[in-house]
Design a protein around this ligand. Structure first.
Ligand SMILES: Nc1nc2c(ncn2[C@@H]2O[C@H](COP(=O)(O)OP(=O)(O)O)[C@@H](O)[C@H]2O)c(=O)[nH]1
Ligand SMILES: [Mg+2]
Length: 448
């Protein structure tokens, strides 16, 4: 869609609703208002108007906002119609708008794309907006706002300025290269500065893992031998029957994920197939176990579930985060340790009974505490997405390249620094971003 078209879309939620907001952006926004409302109301003032179609028939009575550019979210002329929120009203208005020249329905994220194209937002802010619209928890909202507000962009920009400053002083040194000492001195000055920056970037990368969990949900995986009661426990923790329970070992073959809220974090409880040795003809169960192992590898927290009436093979991870003894109702007394098939012993962290519900509250509380402790400050992270991680890793590599160059290679060093600055610039979208644009904007809904 060219910038010459004027786009419009329903920007509010699904219909019917109290009010439906149809947004317009582009050069004909003002004309559309004039045609429908009869005049152009005062800018930035909500004005009540009767909207009339081409034949003069009444479309609706609506609040109309006229928002002349460039001081708008998209940087273009914009308008809003606040209509009565029925499908028929929106349908009728859309038909009237489409009859006007240069008017088209907006594609997903097209308003935001125009805002980006007109320099009203940088790429990190666009990502923040996308996350903000998807935010389900208070922590996710805070993290998204950190990106959307431009806080993260200023951090990225500060890093980039440091690299550019280093490159500038190096270039100056190269220009004086006849004087041996200047190059030596320039390097001596630069090394600690770049080293410090690399450490800062590495620290930001470390935070990225937690930030990712905040965005996508914290993954808690239940693993253990068949019939230990993993599926029963998942249902108990989730408060509903999500997984099938059976006394027949090997019932759970697929991975079952149940999102729950714990300590105001989004947590994905994950039930898996029991782990045991099976013969080759039990192919489906084997595939289930393969998936179970993949889930364990991707887990943020691994709960190893065992029970008094089943014998466990060794835990699939060296150190499970919690060893849960289920079926405490079957145990004759308190059980402190359990023994595996080959004689290893593990300390039981919590005894519970999925059947009677005993200990479930304590388990939930314990999980909430573990997650809060691990996620502490994750909403402050600026490196959140895989794209950020990749750009940062590349930057660190280039800075290390620059540092490894000896005095004779000042120009090579300067080149590495230039590339490092570019790599940081790609975070906010100052360069080289065409390929990532499509990806990011495709996450948006129509009307945003
Ligand atoms: N007595 C008792 N039985 C349980 C408990 N939890 C699960 N079971 C039973 O153990 C069997 C296996 O349960 P299930 O949840 O399918 O185990 P999974 O194979 O680990 O997923 C079923 O017959 C359950 O009813 C419990 O806390 N106490
Ligand atoms: Mg199961």
């Amino acid at each position: 869609m060219t910038a010459q078209t004027t786009i419009f879309a329903l920007s509010s939620g699904s219909l019917p609703a109290g009010i439906a907001v149809v947004r317009l952006s582009g050069p004909s926004a003002g004309r559309a208002v004039q045609e429908l409302a009869g005049d152009l109301p005062a800018p930035r003032r909500a004005s009540l108007r009767r909207l009339r179609g081409r034949t003069g028939g009444l479309v609706d009575e609506a609040l109309v906002l006229w928002l002349p550019g460039p001081d708008t979210v998209t940087g273009e002329d914009m308008a809003e119609f606040h209509l009565h929120g029925s499908a028929a009203v929106v349908e009728k208005l859309s038909a009237e708008l489409l009859a006007l020249p240069g008017m088209a329905l907006a594609g997903p994220g097209e308003f935001t794309r125009r805002a980006f194209a007109n320099g009203r937002m940088d790429l990190t802010q666009v990502e923040g907006l996308s996350d903000l619209l998807a935010a389900q928890t208070e922590h996710q909202r805070q993290q998204a706002l950190r990106l959307f507000s431009g806080d993260a962009s200023s951090v990225f920009e500060d890093w980039r300025r440091q690299v550019i400053a280093a490159e500038a002083s190096l270039t100056a040194a190269i220009d004086f290269n006849e004087e041996e000492d200047v190059g030596v001195q320039a390097l001596a000055d630069l090394r600690p500065r770049l080293g410090q920056l690399i450490r800062t970037l590495e620290k930001a990368l470390l935070q990225a893992g937690r930030a990712g969990a905040l965005r996508d949900g914290f993954k808690v995986v239940l693993t253990g031998p068949p019939n230990a009661g993993k599926s029963s426990l998942l249902n108990g923790l989730a408060g509903r029957d999500a997984a099938i329970i059976s006394s027949e070992a090997g019932t759970t073959r697929d991975v079952i994920e149940v999102p729950v809220m714990l300590a105001d974090y989004r947590v994905i409880l994950t039930d898996t197939a029991g782990l045991r040795s099976v013969s080759a003809d039990q192919g489906v169960e084997q595939e289930g176990m393969r998936r179970a192992q993949a889930e364990v590898a991707a887990a943020d927290i691994v709960l190893w579930v065992v029970a008094p009436d089943v014998t466990a093979d060794a835990s699939p991870v060296a150190q499970p985060d919690l060893v849960i003894l289920n079926k405490s109702d079957l145990a004759s007394g308190p059980t402190q340790t359990i023994r595996t098939r080959n004689g290893e012993s593990y300390t039981v962290d919590l005894a519970v009974s999925a059947m009677t519900g005993a200990g479930l509250d304590r388990l939930l509380q314990r999980l909430g505490e573990m997650i809060s402790a691990r996620m502490m400050g994750a909403e402050d992270a600026v490196v959140v997405r895989m794209r950020h991680v990749a750009a940062l890793q590349r930057t660190i590599r280039l800075l290390n390249d620059a540092l490894s160059v000896e005095k004779m290679g000042l120009e090579v060093m300067a080149e590495s620094l230039r590339e490092a600055a570019q790599s940081l610039a790609s975070l906010t979208g100052k360069v080289d971003v065409e390929d990532v644009l499509g990806q990011i904007f495709s996450e948006f809904c129509i009307g945003k």
